[in-house]
Every structure is written in C-alpha cells, then in structure tokens.
Design a protein around this ligand. Structure first.
Ligand code: CUA
Length: 680
C-alpha cells in the first residue's frame, strides 16, 4: 500500500479526506491482484439446506436496526427492529410496541445504531442477549437471542450522544454508555462559548444482567471532552474500563481543526470497583434526571414505558483512585483490550503508530505516582510509564483492533484502506490485506473477548464505489470476509449490507441455534385483548372507541365481517394469531390505515389503531403469505355516518354471531340478529 510519508503532518480533516480519496482510487486500480481465487468460493459456499457456521450481528447504522447474517455465506437471515419504526413488522406502529420508542423527548421513531455487543459470561460471548446503542437520542437496547426481538430500551440521561456504548463487562454486570458530545449537566441555556466552564462529559454504567431491569447504576462526571469508544478490562484488568476521548482542547467550533491541536489526547482508565466502593460509602450525589425505561412483557407482548427521575452521579474528586488519564496520540478512536487483558490498544486515527499500553505498567505507574500533573483533579499518568510498545508504520488511519486468540492483532486502517495483522509483544507487522474501501470497524467472532474464534475477520467498509452492480447515486455498503486461519490473510467474499454496517459481533451458531422460540404459547398469552379461540372474537363500543378482537388462523379472520363502526370512532383491531406452529405468521392490513400492517407471530396479539375517514366499506386482509388460501384470508368492515342506527355486528353466520354475542355479554351494545345489513 502507498504510505504517505508526511503522515505526521496530516492532521486536519480536509487533508485526511483528500488522502482517502487518492488512495481509494489507487486501490481500485490494483484490486484484481488481491481478488479471491482458487477455492475461495467453496470456503463460503453453504449448500442448500445447510446452515452457516456463525451468526453475525451487523448494526444497521442510520437505519437504527440490526441485520443478522450467516457467516461464511453472508446471507441475510433477519432484520431486528430496535430504535426505528419498521412498517415491515409493524414495530413502533402497533399499539403493543409503541411504548418501546418513548423518551423524554416524546416518541422517537428512529435512531442510529453503532455497536452490537453480545452478552458475556467470564469474558466469553454466551448467546443470551445482544445489546446495541442508539447514538442520537442516547439509548441502549437489549435483544433476546431466543426470539431475536428487542425486549428492553433504556434512555441515557445527562448524555448527548451515546457513541461509546454498549460495551460490556466480562460477565455483563454492566454495559456502558459515554457521551460523545459534552453538554451542560444538567442541560440548560448557556452561551456555547462558555464550553470550558459549563460543558461536561458523562460515563454511564448500566446494570444489564437482569432482563427487564436495566437501569443507570451510576454516572461519572468528567471534563468536557468528546468520549468516543470503550472496552472493559478482563483477566488481570477485570474491574477496569477504558474510554478513549478526543477534543481534550475543549474546542466548541471547527473541531476538525481545533480538536486536533494537542499531540496527545486521553484514554480514561476507570476503576469501577473503586466507583462501587465509593457508592457504598455514600459518596455519590443523587441528581434529578429524567429518562425512560421501556420493557416488552414477554407474556402479554405489551410494552410499558416508565419515567425515571434521578441518577447517582460520582465526581472523581469525591472518589480518588477511580479515574486516571492515559495520554495517547492523537485523537484516539478505538480502545481494544487483548484476550489476556494485559494490552490496551489505541486506534490513534491521526497517529502514525499504533500505541499499546500495558495494564501492569499502568498499575505500577499509579502505585509509583508517575503523573504528569492532572486535568481537573484527574491524575495524568506519564505516557512513557504505561506504554508497552508502538506498532511502527502500520498504515494510515488506524481505527480499531480485534484479536485472533493466537497472539495476533488485526487493525483496520481507514485512510490506507487495509487490514493490518501484527504481533502482540513484538509489535511487528506480519501481513496486510487491502479492503474496498475505507474500512471502519472490523470484526473477528469473539475478537474482543477472552476467547476469540479466530477463523475469519469481517471488514466493515464505509465506501463501496465499484464493488457491485451500480444502483444510482447511493450504493449498498459493503462487508468483506477474510480467512485468517493461516499465516496470510485470504480474501473470500464481498457482500452488501443493509444500512451502515458500523460494527458487528458474531458467535458460533451452535450457541443459540437450538434455543430458538418457535412460537409463543397461546395458553400463556396475557394480552388484555387476546382471543384464544375463534369464538372469542367480537366487537364492543365504549363511547367513540370501538374494540374489535379477532383471531387469525389459516386461512381466515374471525370475525371477518364487521358493522356498526361510525365516522368519528377510534377503532382498535386486536388480532391474535392463534396458530401454534413454527413460522406460521399472519399479517393484518386495512384500507386507508395511516400506520402500517400488523405482523403476528404464532401465539402473539397485535393491535392496530384506525381512524376511518369516510363512510364506506373497507377491506382488510392478511399480508403474510401463509397458505394456499392466503389470498382468501380477508374481510370487510363497514363504516357508517356518525349517529347511524346500524348496530354493532361481527361476523356473517348466525352461529358465529350467537357465539360472539355470548362472548360480548359485557359490551355496551352488541349486535342484533334481526338488524342485519341493509337496515340503516
Ligand atoms: Cu394468513 Cu396469509
């Protein structure tokens, strides 16, 4: 790869962008020399009916969701709705899931997901949950890996950008979220130029090992830098957490230039056991802070949103020994801990080396008080005292490092568009693989854990250009699978991804494949509007609210003819899929509905809110192809003028009507056998 020799001077964004552009096209002209060849195809070929070896979870970036892919094939298996409404599944549109998107800013129908994080037990991914962050309106979400559904979302207060998130401690006691943008805490109306005086950074430690009970355990208040990424220690460094920061200049304008002045910024080394000890000693302040905690109940399939009102905040001054700053060149981005827990690798995105700190040297430096002063009372540990080594001439724009568990590290180089393999301890570069183009994160299954499955590295590229058939101005983004089982990396596969595949995690399929929920047990469905048999369906009116309970089963809805709805009513269709069979999903859509369809997994209830706009007949139908008679799975709802005498009626056959009448004994008005359609 062409290395720009004056890289040390390349410090401002405009130059970086220019460098990226020229190198990108340099790569394009030489790419055929690195194309996969020989038996690469057979290494990624998963025969029809066979399974992939790994589940890979790729963030959707600005689509706010998660894509689940099989590796090595790169096949898309599932799209998990998290922070963004999804009309494909009704997520965020149906009444049951709407509370999941509740925040103190109201309902937020979108976010920007960046870092999927698998839960761990003793430092190894365990397949219980997947966490992911929302960058824009800081939140973290839990996805249950038995259902691949989002079950919990926690908003992060006193934070204005949840980028360094949701990295886990080795047994998932905590996940974290650090603010990318510092803001006044509490947020208030101040002059922006008072940044240095008024703006603060926060690190949030979130309890994560109890499903349904995520909460802010505590926050640490720090100087107003930009906190970027983080990783927990493990093994000897268990109990510590490391966060990169940039903008130690505390600039508030033209950061591209003004936040790149200092030769070194900082990694914040946080002793969270010390933080726990200070909490236990009552050294935290209780600070009024509003945020939401939203949970999807697994039995009722109904989410609830709870407003919380305060958090515990720790000031470093009140808890000596909790935070140290490790100087690190130069606006560091990634901070990655090797499987042994000894090495702390920084991605100095504007640096010409990859600096590697030593945890044991950090401990000794702290014991010996080898400090270079302090920042707002936080001791700054001497760079020379903690550094274990520097990888020289690694490439340009080192961002992120993952590990293969065999003593090697792999670092993504954004500007020189390559993945560089180097050796822990000797810091020598062993191999390079060009990638197309401008790699951000890279991912080895378990590659940030104690036990990497070091067979593949996935390159998550920002720019696609000429890799696929062109599709107009916007191209799907690209992931590339590289075999790292031998001494030399081997390119195997390109595959397009949905949204921006910002970061990914993966684990062997065997860890979760056999634990999948195949359907929800209807007998355990506690939704307030469930129907457990076709005969339980019906219609009730409460003032101007009309509730219609329906069963969906191959290949009809019960009831399927509905009358008595009037203009001005708010109608709720509560549809339960009463099938008890794997993969038999039904949908529900009604003409003119302003939200989206419902998709009901077997055994689940979903509710669609509908405000009819004019009198008439409105068909509804099943949207998910479920049987040979899917096209017959339909019905009609009649809407009459306000004040109409058309009685409530659900279903066409007298037998069914009788059953519905019995089921609706508590309804204000029930249908009347003698007032059949026509009599208005
Ligand atoms: Cu039910 Cu198609």
């Amino acid at each position: 790869m062409p290395i720009v020799t004056k890289a040390r001077e390349v410090v401002i964004g405009a130059l970086i962008a220019a460098a990226a552009g020229s190198i990108m096209y340099a790569c394009a002209t030489t790419k055929t020399t690195d194309l996969a060849s020989g038996d690469a195809a057979s290494k990624v070929y998963v025969a029809p009916g066979s399974y992939d070896q790994y589940y890979a979870f790729l963030s959707g970036g600005y689509n706010g969701q998660i894509g689940v892919y099989g590796l090595p094939s790169g096949r898309l298996l599932k799209f998990v709705s998290v922070f963004s409404q999804n009309p494909e599944t009704g997520w965020g549109y149906n009444e049951e899931s709407k509370p999941m998107l509740q925040t103190t800013y109201g309902t937020i129908p979108w976010d920007d997901t960046h870092h999927p994080e698998l839960s761990q037990t003793d430092g190894v991914p365990d397949g219980r949950w997947l966490f992911i962050n929302g960058n824009n309106t800081p939140r973290v979400a839990r996805v249950d890996l038995t259902t691949f559904e989002t079950t919990e979302i926690l908003q992060i207060p006193n934070s204005a950008g949840g980028h360094a998130s949701p990295f886990t401690t080795p047994s998932t006691k905590y996940i974290v979220s650090a603010t990318r943008f510092s803001v006044p805490v509490p947020n208030t109306d101040v002059a922006i130029e008072s940044y240095k005086k008024n703006f603060r950074g926060t690190l949030s430690f979130i309890t994560a090992d109890q499903p349904g009970k995520m909460d802010i355990a505590f926050q640490i208040l720090l100087p107003g830098f930009n906190y970027d990424l983080g990783h927990a220690g493990k093994g000897p460094s268990d109990g510590w957490f490391f966060f990169t920061s940039y903008n130690s200049e505390q600039a508030n304008e033209k950061l591209e230039l003004n936040a790149s002045q200092n030769d070194k910024d900082f990694i914040a080394a946080v002793n969270y056991r010390q933080a726990e000890s200070c909490l236990a000693q009552g050294k935290a302040r209780q600070v009024a802070s509003e945020y939401f905690h939203n949970v999807m109940d697994e039995k009722s399939h109904q989410a609830r949103a709870e407003r919380k009102t305060s958090v515990r905040v720790l000031d470093p001054a009140a808890c000596p020994g909790m935070v140290y700053y490790m100087p690190t060149p130069k606006s560091p981005h990634g901070v990655d801990i090797d499987p042994t827990g000894e090495y702390i690798v920084a991605g100095g995105k504007l640096a010409t080396v990859i600096p590697v700190h030593s945890f044991s040297r950090l401990q000794k430096a702290i014991a010996d008080k080898q400090f270079d002063g302090d920042v707002e009372g936080i001791p700054v540990v001497k760079y020379a005292a903690t550094i274990a080594g520097e990888v020289q001439k690694p490439g340009l724009g080192p961002l992120h490092t993952e590990f293969d568990g065999k003593g090697n590290a792999y670092t993504s180089m954004f500007i020189s568009s390559e993945i560089v393999k180097w050796k822990l301890g000797t810091w020598e570069v062993l191999d390079r693989m060009p990638v197309y183009y401008s790699v951000g994160h890279l991912m080895i299954p378990g590659g940030d854990s104690k036990k990497p499955w070091g067979q593949y590295v996935l390159s998550l590229n920002k720019i696609t250009k000429d890799r696929y058939l062109p599709t107009g101005p916007e191209l799907s983004q690209s992931a590339q699978l590289i075999d790292i089982s031998g001494d030399k990396m081997r390119m195997l596969l390109d595959f397009p991804t949905i949204g921006e595949p910002h970061y990914a995690q993966a684990l062997p399929a065997a860890l979760i494949r056999d634990r999948q929920v195949k359907f929800y047990k209807l007998s355990e469905n506690t939704n307030a509007n469930v129907v457990k048999a076709e005969s339980d369906g019906g219609i009730t009116r409460t003032g101007k609210r009309v509730d219609i309970k329906m069963a969906a089963i191959r290949s009809h809805f019960a009831p399927d003819n509905i009358e008595g709805v009037q203009l001005g009513d708010t109608v709720y269709f509560h549809v339960t899929n009463i099938e008890q069979d794997w993969d038999i999903v039904h949908g529900f859509a009604v003409l003119g509905a302003e939200n989206a369809e419902l998709i009901m997994a077997p055994g689940a209830t979903r509710t669609l809110k509908w405000l009819p706009k004019s009198p008439g007949i409105y068909p509804f139908y099943c949207t998910d192809f479920c049987s040979a008679l899917h096209q017959e799975m339909q019905g009609y709802v009649r809407v009459s003028p306000a004040g109409s005498a058309v009685p409530l009626m659900a279903n066409t056959s007298k037998k069914a009507m009788a059953q519905i009448s019995g089921a609706n004994a508590d309804g204000r008005r029930s249908h009347d056998d003698h007032a059949r359609p026509g009599g208005e």
